[in-house]
Design a binder for this molecule. Structure first.
Ligand SMILES: Nc1ncnc2c1ncn2[C@@H]1O[C@H](COP(=O)(O)OP(=O)(O)OP(=O)(O)O)[C@@H](O)[C@H]1O
Length: 303
């Protein structure tokens, strides 16, 4: 399998703060990977390094087999759109659309025009005066119309209304299907975006906590709920990622697979088991109770 991203033993330290610690991971070509984790988990730092805007303190990073840092050939294959994207003073939309193809060899003006119309991005307003959602819209136009082999989207949803979010999802999936590429998308809107992902990377405090295909997340953890005593008895000897108690009822996210034995045991105790949602997994792997060892499940990428 060809890897778009290959990271080995990579760390990024800022003074006394370790933003990324001993990261080893690969992302196969032709996948949409959700990069998920709590605030400060290390998502933006990871994307900046992949985009050649920062370099690791140790370890190696390869994008399509090359180190992206100060590497023009590698950077021409990467589109990185971040939430605080800056534009030159006085720039309006038409300036951006005119200059973008110079940096994006696969630029598609039809995709850009369709998105500009759908997002209702004003042509006359200077970019510096645009609303938060309009800025996100411009960033998404750049990201999708670039059709870069590696597209990095860091929190693309900030300020976007529900219609604009739907347009983004539809265009991403449509254009990705017609022109396959590798996309890494970080977001805190997990429920809304999870249908996009065929891979999921969960990071917390600079470390990879889970790395698997999206259809395999159900084997990482499950939720058990019921009377507090039943859930506590069921949880004995198991690894809890998180738990919540409301009145006499308790719900816990438990590491492992909910096989027939697990379900039967819960039922005997008067508790019930259901698959953990992706949101519960991210919250669980970001909790202080989560064990530090990463869970990796490697299978093929989407065809
Ligand atoms: N230039 C820097 N100097 C010092 N510390 C930094 C720097 N950049 C990032 N960090 C620290 O590295 C850690 C990871 O930050 P990062 O921005 O990558 O997190 P994130 O997962 O993108 O968070 P969020 O979801 O809040 O955007 C944080 O603790 C942050 O304070």
């Amino acid at each position: 399998m060809t890897h778009a991203i290959d990271i080995r033993s990579m760390s990024r330290v800022f003074g006394r703060s370790t933003a990324l610690e001993d990261i080893t991971l690969t992302v196969p070509e032709g996948s949409i990977c959700g990069l998920l984790g709590r605030n400060g988990a290390g998502k933006t730092t990871l994307m900046s390094i992949l985009a050649g805007q920062d370099r690791p303190s140790s370890g190696t990073v390869e994008v399509f087999g090359q180190n992206p840092f100060e590497n023009e050939a590698a950077l021409s294959r990467i589109s990185f759109v971040r939430d605080n994207q800056r534009y030159p003073d006085g720039y309006r939309l038409h300036h951006v659309l005119r200059i973008a193809p110079e940096f994006a060899p696969n630029w598609n003006a039809d995709v850009a025009a369709e998105l500009v119309e759908g997002f209702r991005i004003p042509g006359k307003t200077p970019i510096s005066k645009m609303s938060r959602g309009q800025l996100s819209s411009v960033a998404i136009v750049l990201a999708l119309a670039s059709r870069a082999p590696l597209t990095l989207l860091d929190e693309p949803y900030l300020g976007l209304d529900v219609t604009a979010r739907g347009l983004f999802h539809n265009m991403l999936l449509r254009d990705y299907t017609e022109h396959p590429r590798t996309v890494v998308l970080s977001t805190h809107l997990i429920e809304e975006s999870e249908a996009l992902f065929d891979r999921v990377l969960i990071v917390d405090r600079g470390r990879v906590r889970a790395d698997c295909g999206s259809e395999e997340t159900s084997s990482l953890a499950f939720t058990v709920s019921g009377p507090t005593e039943a859930v506590e008895r069921f949880s004995e000897g198991r690894t809890l990622l998180a738990s919540h108690t409301v009145g006499s009822l308790k719900s816990a996210t438990v590491r492992g697979t909910a096989d027939a034995d697990v379900r039967a045991q819960a039922q005997t105790l008067g508790a019930s088991v259901s698959p953990a949602t992706l949101q519960e997994l991210v919250a669980g792997f970001g909790s202080d109770a989560a064990a530090p060892e990463p869970v990796r499940i490697r299978k093929g990428a989407r065809a």
